[in-house]
Design a protein around this ligand. Structure first.
Ligand code: ZN
Length: 648
């Protein structure tokens, strides 16, 4: 038979040869590194016979697919076997791989605790050190069910009985047939290929995810090619946990949640509110300079408004239900989007081509129902405030408006310390133009405008065909945070649909009626999600201009409190916010507490400082900066802020 390799070359092999035979035929090095094969697009075990002319590629342990197979073998063959060795009356349920690792669900006779994970790990290492080879046999449905009945594995039995397949159930054994598991495969040919791993945690999980079923015990683990990669991963996880915005939000007293108020509805505390206000003021100032006008619209709107906009169709059934009034047939919706309101503002009087572009901005709070299981800190909530704006412009103005919005987005990224970002341009599928609304000519123009605007701003972009919404092309920004995680922020979206649905018009220079183009844009996205990303990016060490508490005045003893108050008055005047730590504590303790709260500057005042009318300044995470007069400190402080807010 003819085997076609990924490079297009063809090898002649005897019918029924396996992936291993093929690897050996290519070279002994490959035979050693091979763990599985892909035959005509389907992953197979290395030992499976190939029975006809096929396209084959070999998976080695060094590839991502190889790593995935290793994780799979580790959970299904090693973790499961270790648990059965230590707790013979445990029942096996399922053991899939997940991002970075794997889990296995067990029914233990007697509950285990996280302390038991160490002994399970030890047993796993013992099993791996034997380097057993793994073999596979194929069975009919009844045969496979009987085998698992014999070893009292009722979950495996039920998986097989519910399967639509009648034959070819794959049972994997280790050398002495002492351990058997049912699996779709493929598995490593031998446990020798297993790299470095760690069991990470225990959790409860219902059989088939259904709360009517029995609660099983889920053991999670992670696995990597070697110790070095495992340790790097564990460090990343530890760092991510330290930066978790839910944890820092609580510790820094920024926001809280109350079940009584409602899940997914954040309550902003005074410091968090100050942070929000600073973000809002920052954005308002930048928008004022770019020709935006602020508008204000209510939190609810008539149901008919959202029927016109199409949002009722999109969010209606799966979101908050209409609010009725004593008046029969009247219904309002919590607003899921600000756009329909802004369209009505555009419509309140006739518009001429000379009026455009019109840019309406609003920090509009919107409400969308999310399943309770989907809620997560500030990143998935049921009510959030968008830094929303809608630009109504002529088709010939799209490019210029795009450039302005890109400028604004990049300014936001710079001021907030996101230096690593890329942009994605989402265009129409050229093969499938009838899927999209708006004229061909308008699309061509808008797409060219986005491409040219991005090029003029020197953005690093990827272009995705077919990723545009049916109502217009868009540009999305992805920022990389300090841990290398990617977040989507700042979408700019062209829209031909809403102007149509709302019958928006302007009178052109030809005295005829024309449709304006609408651009939706939100550099932060939502304040809630943005604050979450920001907290995790800067680990709670906010840029100075944004920090809710910028200074903390630390009197060495009670004697210096009045001087501290005098000082605070001067700083308040200069717009610098902070508090005095007037507790009866040692200065070392006050410094430590201030460091924990991540206050950017500590101003220490004692005998000498009071006499000279000065302060000893300490910077968070850095230590002493020396002695400053209040005026010198204010100048230094303002210098830092104006640099981070400068427009390059
Ligand atoms: Zn919008």
């Amino acid at each position: 038979m003819k085997i076609t390799l990924p490079d297009g070359s063809i090898r002649e092999l005897a019918d029924g040869s396996s992936g291993l035979d093929l690897a050996s035929d290519i070279g002994p090095g490959l035979a050693k590194a091979a763990v599985a094969v892909i035959v005509n697009g389907i992953q197979k075990d290395l030992s499976d016979p190939i029975d006809q002319d096929s396209e084959v590629s070999i998976i080695t342990i060094d590839s991502d697919e190889g790593l995935e197979i290793m994780r799979h073998t580790l959970t299904a063959q090693v973790l499961a076997r270790a648990v059965k060795n230590l707790y013979p009356d445990t029942k096996l349920a399922i053991g899939p791989t997940i991002a970075d690792g794997f889990y296995y669900d067990f029914e233990f006779k007697k509950a285990i605790s996280p302390d038991d994970l160490a002994s399970i790990e030890k047993e796993m290492k013992k099993i791996i050190s034997n380097g057993s080879s793994i073999t596979k046999t194929l069975h009919s449905k009844s045969d496979a069910m009987n085998i698992f009945k014999g070893v009292n594995e009722s979950y495996k039995e039920s998986i097989i009985s519910e399967s639509e397949q009648d034959d070819n159930f794959q049972l994997y054994y280790q050398d002495n047939n002492e351990f058997v598991d049912l699996c779709r495969g493929p598995h490593l040919p031998s446990l020798k290929h297993i790299g470095a791993f760690r069991l990470t945690k225990l959790a409860g999980a219902y059989w088939k995810g259904d709360s009517k079923n029995k609660m099983l015990t889920r053991i999670y683990g992670t696995a990597w090619k070697n110790e070095k990669e495992l340790n790097a991963y564990l460090l990343r996880i530890e760092e991510a946990e330290k930066r978790d915005h839910r944890k820092l939000g609580r510790e820094l007293e920024l926001f809280t949640f109350s079940e009584k108020v409602g899940m997914g509805l954040p309550l902003w505390l005074p410091k968090g509110t100050l942070l929000r206000e600073r973000l809002i003021n920052f954005m308002k100032k930048a928008q004022d300079k770019s020709g935006y006008q602020q508008v204000t619209t209510p939190h609810i709107g008539h149901k008919a408004l959202y029927e016109t906009s199409g949002h009722y169709e999109k969010y209606g059934k799966d979101s908050f239900q209409p609010i009725t009034t004593p008046h029969e047939g009247e219904a309002f919706l919590l607003k899921p989007m600000n756009c329909p309101h802004h369209c009505e503002i555009y419509k309140h009087k006739p518009r001429s081509y000379k009026d455009l572009p019109i840019r309406y901005a609003e920090f509009g709070t919107v409400y969308r129902y999310e399943q309770s299981g989907e809620l997560h800190g500030l990143t998935r909530v049921r009510g959030f405030t968008q830094d929303d704006a809608h630009i109504f412009c002529r088709p010939d103005q799209v490019k210029e408006e795009f450039i302005k919005v890109i400028d604004l987005v990049l300014y936001v990224f710079k001021a907030l310390g996101f230096s690593d970002y890329t942009a994605q341009i989402s265009l129409r599928d050229p093969e499938n133009k009838q899927k999209y609304i708006g004229s061909d000519e308008a699309w061509d123009k808008a797409e060219a405008a986005i491409i040219e605007a991005s090029a003029e701003k020197g953005l690093e972009t990827v272009t995705e065909l077919g990723e545009a919404a049916f109502y217009g092309p868009k540009l999305d920004f992805m920022v990389k945070d300090a841990l290398g995680r990617k977040w989507q922020l700042g979408t700019i979206q062209v829209d031909y649909q809403l102007p149509d649905r709302f019958q928006l018009e302007y009178i052109g220079s030809d005295n005829q009626k024309h449709r304006p183009v609408m651009i939706h844009r939100a550099p932060f996205g939502s304040l809630e999600r943005f604050v979450a990303v920001l907290i995790e990016h800067c680990a709670g060490d906010f840029p100075l201009w944004l920090a809710p508490e910028q200074i903390n005045i630390l009197p060495i003893s009670e004697k210096f409190i009045s001087y501290a108050e005098e000082l605070k008055g001067i700083l308040d005047e200069a717009g610098i916010t902070g508090t005095i730590d007037n507790r009866d504590e040692k200065i070392g303790r006050k410094i430590r507490d201030s460091e924990v709260r991540k206050v950017p500057f500590m101003l220490i005042v004692g005998e000498k400082e009071q006499e000279e009318g000065k302060v000893a300044v300490r910077k968070h995470g850095q230590g002493d900066l020396g002695v400053f007069s209040p005026a010198e400190f204010i100048q230094y402080f303002k210098g830092i802020i104006s640099e981070s807010l400068a427009k390059e």
